[in-house]
Every structure is written in C-alpha cells, then in structure tokens.
Design a binder for this molecule. Structure first.
Ligand SMILES: NC(=O)c1ccc[n+]([C@@H]2O[C@H](COP(=O)([O-])OP(=O)(O)OC[C@H]3O[C@@H](n4cnc5c(N)ncnc54)[C@H](O)[C@@H]3O)[C@@H](O)[C@H]2O)c1
Length: 336
C-alpha cells in the first residue's frame, strides 16, 4: 500500500516538498492546503493531479491521507499537530517543533494518545558535510574533540519576511528559525547531555522588532566538551555558515553555501600542520533522504522515528535555556 500524503502550508519552503514526496517510494501526494492563492495557483497549474484546499483541517477528514507534512508558521505547529494526531495521521513536522516546551509536551501527548508518530524534521543530520563531521568526531582520526565554534552570519532581510517571523509570540526570531538548526547539529554530533547554558540573545540589529536577531551562547557537555553558537542576522555584513571543530590532533571545519553572496561554497576541510585540506563530499538530496527514511520507518513499524520524537523537544528546551540565561545574565544548569 502507498501512503497518502497531505502537505500543509506552501510558503517559502513548503512547495519544495511536492517533488520530494513525488520521488519517495510508497508515498503519494494527494492534497496541498494553502490559503494564499498566490502560492496555491502555481501549484495547481504545475501539478493538476493534486487537490488544493485552503485550510489544513480539510485534509484531515480524508480517509486517503495517512501522513501530513506540516510546513506551517511556527505559531500553528501545536494546533495543527494536535488536530492531525486526533485525526489519526502521522506527522512529519518542519522544525522547530513549537514555540515553547509546554507546547511540545501537549503535542507529544496527543501523538502518543492517538498512536501516531510525530517527527520534527530537523534537517542538519542529512546534510553530507554535517554527516562527515560526525564521522570525523566518532572516528577519532583527529583525537579527542575539545571544542566547537558554530556560526551563522546572514542577511536579515526582515522586510521580505512573513510578519509572524518577526514576533516572538508567534514563533518569530532568528533563534527559533536558525538557532534551532545549530542546536540540533551540536546535540546530534556531541550528544544530548548538555549540562549548562550561558547566552546573550536579543534584538540588536533591529531593536524595534519584538524578536531576537543575534546571539552568542556557550554550552558545556557532561564529558567536558564545550561549544559556542555565534549567529547574527545583519543589515550589512558577510555571510558565513558552518562550524569549526577543535581536536587534540588538529581541526576540522565545514561550510554550507548560503544565499547569493560571492564566495559561498559547501565543503569539508581537515586542518593539520598549518594547512587546510579539502575532503571529497558526495552530494545528496538531503530532504529526500530524510523524508524517505521517515516513510520507511512508518512502513517498518519502528518504535521511534529516524530523528527521535523527543529530539525536537530537547532542541526547544536548550533554546529556552538560552533565552532564560540572556534574561537573567546567569548560567542555566540543565537537568539530564
Ligand atoms: N529546514 C529548513 O531548512 C527550513 C527552511 C525554511 C523554513 N523551514 C520551516 O518551514 C516552516 C515554514 O516556513 P516558511 O518559511 O515556508 O513559512 P511561510 O510563512 O513562508 O509559509 C507558511 C505557509 O503556511 C500557510 N498557512 C497558514 N495558515 C494555514 C492553514 N490554516 N492551512 C494551511 N496553510 C496555512 C501560509 O499561507 C504560508 O504560505 C517553518 O517551520 C520553518 O521554520 C525550514
């Protein structure tokens, strides 16, 4: 049997999922929910075999839908997930899981109660250079990992962003948007057991906007590894996206090309004896790999999803600790 898929929301990223779902084994996209005609009309023209409805709730009453892919504004994640779970649909949810830890708990409870899977689709572990870094750490080819600098410096372009992205109460701010990607990959590579968080975070580029655009955070792990996150959404500056890892016997770095600035390059480098050497990377369609793994895990009846269901919650817990530390000016100790 093929799984019937509904795509909820097709704004800046959602429509990319149509081709992904069409290329996924055992998955058929049946319906797209999108209230804005400027986004839904081109979809109708390009994919006449897919139904279009204006509200996601219209997809949940259909018996031919088994899985929903939700690419909705952050403030809608909680309600859409609870509605989908109550309708008996499995959920593949674009990151971040929700706008608060309390919301995450309600969503996980609804999924458990209804016997459906809820995976927050944190994409980083499917990106080949990030995967390569995890292999480098685990192989210990450069000895023991000591520390990490994880960076994302990018143009804010706040005037081009949907309004909800500029209001923390609606899930806006670059912390939930980008910081969660950085927390996700650090947790995946180094481990879940962060013990303390200390952060500055706020609206520094545009103080008039009610959401953060800039942060530096410092994390300690149980095993003594430390990392920082340095991110800024700028009006004028330089784009740089990736991380530098420091080991007892050398360094490794990856970069991910972002935006249209000159000099953007995706790659992975090892640094020893004063010289960087680039390592070959096989390009992959990371979104296709991730969605295919999710569908396969549902078909196989796996106990958990490929990205564990609790992972999205842990990312929000760490992000909230960053916000709390920035407010108090003190280090936050996490329970593990
Ligand atoms: N993984 C990544 O690299 C990545 C990149 C970009 C965005 N995202 C995530 O994808 C999600 C969507 O982000 P975006 O940038 O596409 O936002 P967006 O605002 O551009 O798109 C959201 C869409 O949902 C639609 N919508 C609103 N209410 C709806 C309803 N009731 N039913 C159906 N559709 C409804 C809106 O009209 C809009 O078109 C967010 O969670 C975001 O963080 C992930």
């Amino acid at each position: 049997m093929n799984f019937g898929i509904a795509l909820l929301g097709t704004g800046r990223i959602g429509s990319n999922y149509i081709d992904i779902i069409e290329q996924t084994q055992k998955a058929d996209i049946k319906v797209v929910a999108e209230p804005r005609s400027e986004f839904s009309t081109p979809i109708l023209k390009k994919y006449p075999h897919i139904d279009i409805v204006s509200d996601y709730k219209e997809t949940l009453i259909r018996d031919d839908i088994h899985v929903v892919v939700a690419t909705l504004p952050h403030w809608l994640h909680k309600q859409a997930v609870i509605d989908a779970a109550n309708a008996g649909k499995h959920i593949y949810l674009e990151k971040p899981m929700a706008i608060s830890l309390t919301e995450c708990d309600e969503m996980l409870a609804a999924a458990q109660l209804n016997g459906v899977k809820l995976m927050t689709a944190h994409t980083q572990r499917y990106i080949p250079v990030v995967k390569k870094m995890k292999e480098c750490v685990e192989s210990r080819q450069l000895g023991n990992l000591l520390m990490v600098c994880d960076i994302w410096h990018k143009p804010y372009q706040h005037k081009n962003r949907p309004k909800w992205m500029l209001d923390r109460d609606l899930g806006g701010g670059m912390g939930l948007m980008d910081g969660t990607h950085m927390i996700d990959r650090l947790l995946w590579i180094i481990g879940n057991d962060i013990t303390t968080v200390s952060a500055q975070l706020g609206a520094f580029t545009h103080p008039e906007l009610p959401c953060d655009d800039t942060s530096m955070a410092f994390f300690r792990w149980e095993n003594g590894v430390v990392a920082n996150i340095c991110r800024i959404a700028w009006d004028t500056g330089i784009t740089d996206y990736g991380a530098d890892f420091f080991f007892t016997k050398g360094q490794a770095r990856f970069r991910i090309a972002y935006g249209n600035e000159v000099g953007q390059k995706t790659g992975f480098w090892i640094g020893t004896e004063g010289e960087w050497k680039e390592e070959p990377i096989t390009d992959r369609n990371s979104m296709l790999d991730e969605f295919s793994d999710f569908i396969a895990s549902i078909i196989n009846g796996d106990d958990d999803t490929p990205i564990p269901q609790l992972h999205g919650r842990r990312v929000i817990e760490i992000h909230e600790a960053c916000e709390a530390s920035a407010l108090s000016g003190r280090e936050v100790v996490l329970a593990n």
